[in-house]
Design a protein around this ligand. Sequence first.
Ligand code: PGA
Length: 252
Amino acid sequence: MNIRRPLIAGNWKMFKTCSEAVETAKHLVTRVDDVTDVDVMIAPAFIALAQVADIVKGSKVSLGAQNLFWEKEGAFTGEISPHMIVSTGCKYVIIGHSERRQFFEETDESVNKKINAAVKNGIEPILCVGESEKERESNETFSVLDKQITKGLQGLFTDNLKHLTIAYEPVWAIGTGKTATDEQAQEVHLFLRSLIEKKLGNKFAESIKILYGGSVKPDNITSLMSMPDIDGALVGGASLDAETFSKIVHFL
Ligand code: PGA
């Protein structure tokens, strides 16, 4: 039996102006008001966080950021600190998304600093990991994931680590319409849970949420969620429309 409470998280990426984000958040809040057994999160762009925070306050929807910089403050033009993110009311932060690794030179080392900063500031990190198509084809999936987890969480394998979510997002499935099959995803989720068990013990491994991400839609969420080690989803494209995202939230 899956004892973990599912999390359905929406990553809005670089979409929506402030007013569009507010509108979508308003629609979503009313559509998921009846949900009792699922946690819901949306991660709008930084500029919309404060306004969307006002809309989701007291609702079933939590707020997340899509990135952070690890310093508290300083001369770092264009960056956003953990402290600032907390001030907008974010509960979560997405870290190490493959688009950041691919287009913004994010490395396992910078991911590690960001996770550390999130944990220190009481923001729950959602650590994204995943292999490329080429890596899967050359049977490197598990070694790539092992490296991303081991390096990304270096120094964090301690009792102090209370809140952490992992999102398995095969790069070849993001925004492509190609979803991993339920079995492919389950195989990797089980691998990730065993890896976490080795590093953080059985209790932590049993409670950690491992989300699947990559072309999640209303018509594939139910079967993905029937897999024993899939505890939720990180949804990109299909989270941009409140009605579609709400269908995913109501997967049961
Ligand atoms: P997608 O994106 O659902 O559009 O494939 C997922 C993600 O990048 O988190």
